[in-house]
Design a protein around this ligand. Sequence first.
Ligand SMILES: O=P(O)(O)OC[C@H]1O[C@](O)(CO)[C@@H](O)[C@@H]1O
Length: 428
Amino acid sequence: MTTHSVQTTLLNCLFDYQDMEAYKDRVKQIHFELENSKDMTGWINYPLMDHKALFNEIEDLKSEICINADVFVVIGIGGSFLGARAVQEALSPYFGVLKEGIEVIYVGHHMSGAYLEQLIHYLDDKEIYINVISKSGSTMETALAFRVLRQYMEKRYGENAVNRIIVTTDPERGILKNIAEKEGYKQFAIPSNIGGRYSVLTPVGLLPLAVSGIDIRSFMDGAKNAALELKAVDLMRNHAYQYAVIRNILYNEGYSVEMLASFEPSLKKFHEWWMQLFGESEGKERKGLFPTCVTFSTDLHAIGQFIQEGSPILFETLLHFHEIDGDYDVPYDSRNEDGLNYLAGRSFNEINATSKQGTALAHAEGGVPVIQLEMQKLDAYHLGYLIYFFMKACAMSAKLLEVNPFDQPGVEAYKKKMLKLLKNEPLK
Ligand SMILES: O=P(O)(O)OC[C@H]1O[C@](O)(CO)[C@@H](O)[C@@H]1O
């Protein structure tokens, strides 16, 4: 096991590893199905391809944007923004922005008029570029926000607006593609065989991440190594497949909720990316684990009671990074009125790691299965690795459930009803 791999461990062994052995052949069969499929599986080998020209293009554009703008506005929803926002938030300082980048703001991921009004007001005294991202090119939330911001750019920059609007979409079709062609906007392609929630390693994620100051080459190196390591067909050598199998065993044992838990608040948005990946990939045909998330220790004081003693419906997947940049030591205080001098000289990260251990032990004792995913360091390289790990595990997991990991037919239902209501058409 190399240090950059995700180490998957089941902390409280509720089943025998022989149960896992029984999956070996099925996993092997699915592995080859995925490797040989041409159906939305472009993400499997994407990190292994030569992207030097793309990286150069993105880095040149990033330099131009950082010279000419204070804010980069990304318009997108679902897979067209969750991944970039997740990695950006995980790797940016809690207060302020990375010195290598500028502020990146997201819009078009809901329909709050208040948010849009305040955003426009916020942008008024700043220089901006916008990047609209949509695979289909016609998602309502994204299209509406783009309509507003495109007009805003034209008002602010006149003829020059065209140089500050970037479109990331399908290379061949869609309304957004047509608009970009007609107006001459700079374009980036989302490969046709990569779906939204599997697209963060393409320009969908790479351009916003580069502009926010993240080292996209290191990020993609992590993904590339994951793509190489996780090609292992043998279940016992492939941690992504092991994670998928453990999930499947627990699902078959009657658990219906998987709770992703981290101890670093900057990972909150990463949880949201993970929730879309697994929720949209597996939640169909009345099957699938409901993905939810918590940030500890904050949520131990909110939902911890339920986890420990509530309905036994959930298992927990703990994300743990051994090294986190930045730490603070507990000071000695001669008054010791709070009785905390026994912690003096220890660091907050050390105490946090101990609280993770204690939480895992307590939850395991409470009958909650605890899977631990360990990574060496919270940085661009390891997040690139982890993202690929989850995508590979998710595809395997959905296939074990016998559902299609790459479609999302249920999402259309709300869209149809909303359109009928907006157009005043009969609902039936
Ligand atoms: O990139 P698009 O086509 O705008 O889609 C955004 C998101 O909407 C969904 O299609 C669901 O409607 C997601 O699967 C997708 O990530």
